[in-house]
Design a binder for this molecule. Sequence first.
Ligand SMILES: NC(=O)c1ccc[n+]([C@@H]2O[C@H](COP(=O)([O-])OP(=O)(O)OC[C@H]3O[C@@H](n4cnc5c(N)ncnc54)[C@H](OP(=O)(O)O)[C@@H]3O)[C@@H](O)[C@H]2O)c1
Length: 281
Amino acid sequence: MIKQTFEFDSELKVNRLGYGTMQLPGAGVWGPSADEKNAVEVMKTVLNSDVNFIDTADSYGPFYANLYVKEVLKDYEGPYKLIASKVGFTRQGPDEWSVVGDPNYLRQQVELNLWSLGLDSIDLMQLHRIDPRFSIEEQVGVLADMQKEGKIKHIGLSQVTVDQLQRAQSVAKIASVQNRYNLIDRNDEDVLRYADENHIAFIPWFPLATGKLANDENGVLAQIAHNHLATPSQIALAWLLQKSDVILPIPGTSNIQHFESNIQAAYITLSESEFNALEQL
Ligand SMILES: NC(=O)c1ccc[n+]([C@@H]2O[C@H](COP(=O)([O-])OP(=O)(O)OC[C@H]3O[C@@H](n4cnc5c(N)ncnc54)[C@H](OP(=O)(O)O)[C@@H]3O)[C@@H](O)[C@H]2O)c1
């Protein structure tokens, strides 16, 4: 039986299929969306759906993705939505980025996330990357300090090894890890296994391999999609949901139809033989 929800704590329980905001800003994750009205409409659709786990970052735009979230959150009165954001990553132009883990800057970034999202505290604050110029203990330490100050509820990491995760755990409780993982990239199986064994949410970024899987018209994925009258993207998400109860996929899209289609993946159950065939890809 597939578990539909994941519990961060007794109060924060989310539906496992979430949404990521990275496709909302302009091309190369830089500047405003080419169609800001659409970006806000997408966010409104997300908020009015069953999705209650939203992943964002101040570096998306920078800030534009967070501002679209803020725009819709300010009038929202429905059921609680968990907002996860990130610090430790900066952008210099389209498709350009660099890691900045100076604890003083991380502290400022937490504040900038609170401002750009219009929140008093962030449910899940993830260290986007570990900056090798500073120790893991210093970088996670500043987030732990801000957790004590009530500005962060849970701490997560992104793109880490099991060793790095364990070092971070010596400083603070780690609630999630967000690593690249999808049907055609499973390099981080060991991190997933560790997360599974320790009830740490595993948030696979790039779950659709940026649309590549959607274009698979032949082969196993297409055949299984055909069996379920589904799309390859939906099957790729269903496989993730079935792979482990701690996986929380966050497909990103700037297209309302794609969003509506992606969330249908939560209703697909793959047979054992279909699941095993996908495992062999
Ligand atoms: N921690 C990290 O370092 C990190 C890195 C990258 C991303 N992320 C997070 O992970 C989230 C997901 O990753 P991602 O956005 O890079 O990759 P993704 O979700 O695997 O793929 C997004 C791409 O697929 C397309 N797409 C989405 N749904 C589709 C559908 N049903 N049919 C066809 N195409 C579809 C989108 O285009 P359309 O807009 O046209 O739908 C977009 O080009 C991000 O939004 C972000 O929150 C985290």
